[in-house]
Design a binder for this molecule. Structure first.
Ligand code: NDP
Length: 433
């Protein structure tokens, strides 16, 4: 029976998640889009209703018993108002596709209203460019006791990368020893500098120190600028200066790209959940123009997150920079090229060493034609919708707070190609040195 979902946020990713829900009206009967600026919720609703009426391609089945969409204004930081709105609408699930700053407030409101929760990025305090799961893992007992499920980080990375890891673990390895997550965006939007998702979150992520996870701090000799090694869970973090580790990789259908080691949230949970794992790294591709602009913005102080005085007013430079940069939701019509995101595993199967690469290639222009967005929002919004579908259909329902690798990957893997993100595999990939 079709269910009710409340979506918080109305940016690029939320627009795709809403569109994909409406392509699956058998699962998603009613959708409330609630965000800080209601006009953006209404713009999403109007766009979807036009596509449903046209009924072209992936929208062909959307018109039959079409999903009904309503909208509301909400500041998600106002837990009392948000709780009242959730209770009033009575959804089966709340999807948080606003920003990481709102995670804890929305989790509180879900507990107060007795509704399960899903998000696409882990909590980050506004005044500290630092993200980790500890804040949200602190809610484990409360969700468990309430019989509610919280699914964390259900986009592509984090999200699908963890589903890929669970699938590789289940079907292709006895032990995964190393995992490299490779995120390549070969798209070109024609601007000298723009970010493909929320600029503030994106710049905070890439300007942060790099880090990777190892099980033994003495066994792995880091190559550059190591600043600290912090113990975490059963392993250790090796921290590096930002962008200090660079590799080159030849990505299928994109070509050769420079990629840089970054800290990324899923390393933290995968370090706990992949048995036998010895090292996990995350690499993202960046072009030279992006890096030069970023360095310059950093050098002049425009990426600072602390308030500064300006003509008697306090402004946060990175928030001002966000106001100057193109809105990622407007990049769709300009972006050409493809993304290629995946995981390279190395380990043991039946006493033999084994290699396995699972990845998805996604075309910016095809995404735009289907839902009016570029591939970064698409590759995040589609998995968010599939995660919600997994919950609503009962495949991913487990009281407590969980990351995506903790659930059965098979039903999710079956949905990916059906919903627009076909995956490919290779048993003989080139490994990253
Ligand atoms: P956008 O900045 O485009 O959209 C964010 C939306 O949240 C906006 O509509 C904004 O409202 C709304 N919002 C912000 N603050 C509040 C608030 N206090 N109350 C209610 N609504 C609020 O971001 P994206 O769509 O690009 O990204 C959405 C999320 O997805 C982010 O958390 C991002 O980190 C995550 N992400 C995850 C990825 C993954 O692979 N896992 C990849 C890419 C993104 P307003 O319109 O008023 O500004």
């Amino acid at each position: 029976m079709a269910k009710k979902v409340m979506l918080v946020g109305a940016g690029g990713v939320a627009g795709v998640a809403a569109a994909k829900m409406c392509q699956n009206p058998g699962t998603f009967g009613e959708l409330l889009i609630a965000s800080r600026t209601e006009s953006r919720c209404l713009a999403i609703k109007t766009d979807i209703e036009k596509r449903v009426a046209a009924g072209v391609g992936a929208w062909s089945a959307a018109g039959k018993n079409a999903t009904s969409i309503s909208t509301a204004q909400i500041d998600a930081m106002d837990v009392a108002r948000l709780t009242a709105l959730i209770k009033d609408f009575g959804p089966d699930l709340v999807m948080n596709i606003a920003l990481p700053y709102q995670d804890l407030a929305i989790m509180e409101a879900c507990l107060a209203a007795g509704v399960s929760y899903l998000d696409t990025a882990n909590y980050e305090p506004p005044d500290e460019a630092h993200f980790e799961y500890s804040w949200q893992w602190a809610y484990r007992e409360r969700f468990e006791r309430s019989g509610l499920t919280a699914i964390l980080g259900c986009g592509f990375d984090p999200g699908v990368t963890q589903v890929f890891s669970a699938y590789a673990q289940k079907h292709h390895f006895d032990t995964i020893e190393t995992l490299d997550i490779l995120d390549c965006n070969g798209g070109d939007h024609g601007y000298p500098f723009a970010t493909n998702f929320n600029p503030e979150i994106n710049i905070r992520e890439v300007a942060a120190k790099g880090s990777y996870w190892v099980d033994d701090p003495t066994g792995d000799k880091p190559e550059v600028a190591v600043e600290t090694r912090k113990a975490f869970a059963k392993g250790w973090w090796v921290e590096t200066a930002p962008m200090a580790i660079k590799r080159e990789y030849d990505f299928e259908e994109v070509g050769r790209k420079d990629m840089y080691l970054l800290h990324h949230e899923e390393l933290e949970s995968l370090g706990c959940n992949l048995k036998g794992i010895k090292r996990i790294r995350f690499f993202m591709t960046f072009g030279q123009s992006y890096l030069t602009h970023l360095k310059c913005l950093e050098n002049v102080g425009l990426t600072r997150i602390d308030p500064v005085d300006f003509k008697g007013q306090k402004i946060v430079p990175i928030e001002f920079l966000k106001a100057l940069l193109p809105d990622p939701a407007t990049l769709g019509p300009r972006t050409k090229g493809k993304t290629n995101i995946g995981c390279i595993f190395h380990g043991l199967k039946d006493g033999q060493t084994a290699d396995y690469y699972l990845y998805n290639i996604c075309d910016h222009e095809e995404c735009y034609a289907e839902v009016g967005s570029q591939a970064i929002s698409y590759t995040t919004g589609v998995p968010a919708m599939i995660g919600a579908k997994m919950f609503l259909e009962g495949h991913w329902r487990l009281p407590g707070v969980h990351t995506c690798e903790e659930f059965d990957p098979d039903p999710f893997m079956s949905e990916l190609p059906v919903q627009g993100l076909p995956w490919r595999e290779s048993f003989n990939p080139v490994r990253v040195p």
